[in-house]
Design a protein around this ligand. Sequence first.
Ligand code: ATR
Length: 273
Amino acid sequence: MTDRYAVIGHPINHSKSPQIHAAFAQATGQDLSYTAIDSPLDGFAATVATFRESGGKGVNVTLPFKLEACALATDPSEAARLAGAANALKFDGDRIWADNFDGVGLVNDIQVNLGHALRGRRVLVLGAGGATRGALLPLSAQGPAVLAVANRSADKAHALRADFAAHAALQTGGYAELAGESFDVVINATSAGLSNETLPLPPGLFAPGALAYDMVYGKGLTPFLRQAQQAGVSALADGVGMLVEQAAEAFVWWRGVRPGTAAVIRSLSVPLV
Ligand code: ATR
């Protein structure tokens, strides 16, 4: 029988996940279906329950339900617990397993696909919201020399340092405190670009040969990537690889088979112009 999976969010019509998982299933010969489910804002738990009771095996969860997804789990992973958010659920009898693959997707994209090693490097994450929370544990696990978080509201960045104290020694602050610092990898995890706003990044922030990575995908050259380009950075990446790599992690978790990602990333990539 065909196993059923889905992505749940609101809105959900622009999700690339059905296309990605269909490509993985075809490439690996797995018999599964994967649909997109639009859940009412006040009905996430009921939407999950209905899908589960009708035989669904697992779901991906996207905005705005990642926090609720983690709270719903009987067995959240450490990554999900620390992020307070899950992007994948697996159903097994009475149990709901939860994990958060966004961070490992990001790390795999940076190191494997883009070829920028993180060990011993100076890494900066911009923003202190959910996207940053999901990324910190996997980034820290690579052993960067410095892992810094800068945020418009410095207090929110400092709160992250406290929450992650047992797992990562974070350097945290506001944008003004970045003056005089430089980083080998700078990751934009803010939503500033979505409203076409730029971040107050000081001169010299990007070290020679730095990678500028925007978690946003499919928008071409975002305001952050344009800033980086104007600062002389030539290694620019958007979040399409992170999207496909987190999907691959969920696929392995559910199916026990690892799909290749290169062709799918290529098919979804939008030129950065
Ligand atoms: P997500 O779950 O996508 O991370 P979020 O939790 O709402 O979304 O976090 C959005 C992030 O973008 C926050 O770090 C926010 O900064 P504040 O905590 O100071 O609000 C950041 N952000 C959004 N708009 C911004 C802007 N115009 N300039 C700088 N940072 C911005």
